[in-house]
Design a protein. Structure first.
Length: 281
């Protein structure tokens, strides 16, 4: 009888503890220092990189996503960014086995995006141990879904905004809308997402440097963190991003640069930890 009476209270405090722990982890990720986040893009179970989001311009870097993930973890990564490219085009996950292999291979948190358009898919990903869920196309086609996801999975939902000349691109970048990236970002912030990943698709995979000004402008328009993506090439790009850290740019995703060797992930992480001034907003 006593156990039955105490169980609801125990469950409540357990849920509070989990939320507090999740908040602390979130704070460490996005506020203590700028994160350098390695990316794994999955196409037909393999690690690839695309040029400007074009599926027919894919370079295969590895046939074993789990081994690749473990390598980036060994280099000091504290968060891994995974995108199901086939899923992004199809609207449903297509590389779940590869995602499971990645989760089994590493201990660090994982964020996953690509083809996530309903609550059932989020539940599946969370059930296999995925820490953060990235919504893209759904954010513009079904904003109410984003709000529902944030309520059901608090502190887990991120929205990825891919833009071309400031306009949002969806469906694996195959369609450019008339929606301004900053307007969508503000709407998603109001729905309760914990961060925005901003990708300039003209620069993604091109090693031409990130769009610093556009990323900074977006970050200054929001109160939640912004993660830069697209175009990182060398350590100079990391240095440039650090100059806008105070604006709310709290991380950067890198893919082709660390696969091609133009950026050393371990050195980049060490550089940031030494030079990030930890400016608060």
């Amino acid at each position: 009888m006593i156990r039955q009476k105490l169980y609801p209270a125990f469950s409540y405090f357990k849920s509070v503890f989990i939320r507090v722990k999740d908040f602390v982890r979130y704070y460490i990720y996005f506020e203590v220092f700028m994160l350098i986040i390695p990316a794994i893009d999955l196409k037909e179970g393999k690690c690839v990189r695309l040029e400007q989001g074009l599926m027919d311009k894919a370079t295969v870097y590895s046939d074993d996503p789990g081994v690749t993930a473990k390598h980036w973890e060994a280099q000091g990564a504290e968060l891994l960014h995974v995108v199901d490219l086939n899923g992004a085009f199809a609207g449903v996950p297509k590389n779940l086995d590869a995602i499971k292999a990645i989760r089994a291979a590493i201990k660090i948190p994982i964020e996953v995006g690509g083809g996530i358009r309903d609550i059932a898919t989020i539940e599946t990903l969370v059930s296999i141990g995925i820490d953060r869920i990235i919504l893209g196309t759904a954010a513009i086609e079904n904003p109410a879904f984003v709000g529902e996801a944030c309520r059901k999975f608090p502190d887990r939902i991120i929205v990825g905004i891919d833009a071309k000349e400031g306009l949002v691109a969806i469906k694996g970048w195959a369609e450019v809308t008339k929606v301004q990236a900053v307007d969508l970002a503000k709407q998603m912030q109001d729905h309760g997402v914990i961060a925005i990943i901003y990708t300039d698709i003209k620069r993604d995979g091109m090693l031409s440097g990130p769009n610093i000004e556009a990323t900074k402008a977006l970050a200054e328009a929001l109160t939640i963190p912004v993660i830069a993506s697209g175009g990182v090439h060398t350590m100079k790009d990391i240095e440039n991003l650090l100059t806008v850290r105070h604006s709310g740019v709290s991380g950067v995703i890198t893919g082709k640069a660390i696969y091609s060797g133009s950026l050393d992930l371990k050195q980049a992480i060490a550089f940031v930890k030494m030079n990030d001034n930890r400016c608060s907003r």
